[in-house]
Design a protein around this ligand. Structure first.
Ligand code: BJW
Length: 244
């Protein structure tokens, strides 16, 4: 099968999965690779429940800095975020966007049918009740929770290693029904998202990877478009909008 020319056919149910690469051109670092977040900070120190129990202040600082950057004004949605939001509006079939990203750039660009499977940076959760609240840019263990009124209960509403991602029932149902699955800007290193392409293939879907680099999972995709999301996602929007 050719890896570049996606058929110009009529799709009914599209699922798009995005990763950190789609926000790279907005100025947010990816996780892996040269200059990635995990090069500056060991993942075991900030993105596991054990790390939070061991050194909550370090974890609060890490996420406060990420929120500060996201809200600082320099970080805005890029062409790829806007192209996906436009695609959602233009496409006449069912369109769902699943993101591993905790930033809010898809929402800011106008995406609506969106599942944040790894949580949201701008939300916090009460560890006691599970209630989720909008987060201020800065919070830590001294802040009192709005529901239980106690300090030390609030944590970032993000999914750490070893925790169950969010919306999995909805996402698996979408994958089981999709006829086109597109993964954009993700290394395919982290499960369960890395396994979505196989579920989509089992459902008979056409699969497309958009990434400037080959990934460990590239060979699982029927089609591969190499290049930055800002170039390739508008191309996808134009193709799918024309197909109905
Ligand atoms: C561009 C670009 C441009 C650059 N344009 N592209 C052994 C085997 C299998 C699984 C496991 C295992 N041991 C443990 C596990 C499970 C574990 C896991 O997967 N570990 C792996 C390391 C092996 N997973 C979990 O623990 C998950 N939970 C779980 O499995 O629960 C059990 C379960 C069972 C059954 C069903 C369901 C669940 C939880 C994972 C939580 C991940 N959390 C993080 C942090 C979130 C909070 C935060 O942001 O701080 O999520 S880790 C981090 O990685 C973040 C990301 O969402 C995630 C994925 O990263 P992503 O997006 O792919 O980024 P990168 O940096 O890796 O790649 C960027 C890509 O962009 C690159 O390819 C570039 O080329 C590309 N790019 N410029 C387009 N301009």
């Amino acid at each position: 099968m050719g890896t570049d020319q996606l058929d110009n056919r009529h799709w009914h149910n599209i699922v798009v999965l995005t990763g950190a690469g789609i926000s790279a051109e907005s100025g947010l670092g990816t996780f892996r690779g040269a200059g990635g977040l995990w090069e500056q900070q060991r993942v075991e120190d900030v993105a596991t429940p054990e790390a939070f129990a061991r050194d909550p202040d370090l974890v609060y600082r890490f996420y406060n800095a990420r929120r500060e950057q996201l809200c600082g004004g320099d970080i805005q949605p890029n062409t790829a975020h806007y192209a996906l939001a436009e695609l959602e509006t233009l496409f006449t079939g069912n369109f769902a966007l699943v993101t591993q990203n905790v930033d809010d750039l898809h929402e800011r660009a106008g995406s609506r049918h969106l599942f944040h499977m790894h949580g949201e940076l701008m939300k916090m959760r009460c560890a006691a009740s599970g209630n989720v609240f909008e987060a201020p840019v800065y919070f830590d263990g001294n802040d009192h929770c709005r529901c239980c009124r106690r300090a030390g209960q609030l944590r970032p509403h993000v999914v750490w290693f070893g925790e169950m991602p969010i919306y999995m029932d909805e996402i698996y149902a979408l994958l089981a029904d999709c006829d086109l699955f597109v993964a954009i800007g993700t290394s395919g290193n982290v499960y369960p998202a890395a396994g979505f392409v196989q579920i989509a293939r089992q459902a008979g879907a056409t699969t497309l990877e958009i990434n400037p680099e080959m990934t460990d999972g590239s060979s699982l995709f029927g089609f591969q478009w190499r290049g930055p999301a800002s170039e390739q996602v508008p191309r996808l929007r134009d193709l799918l909008a024309a197909s109905g």
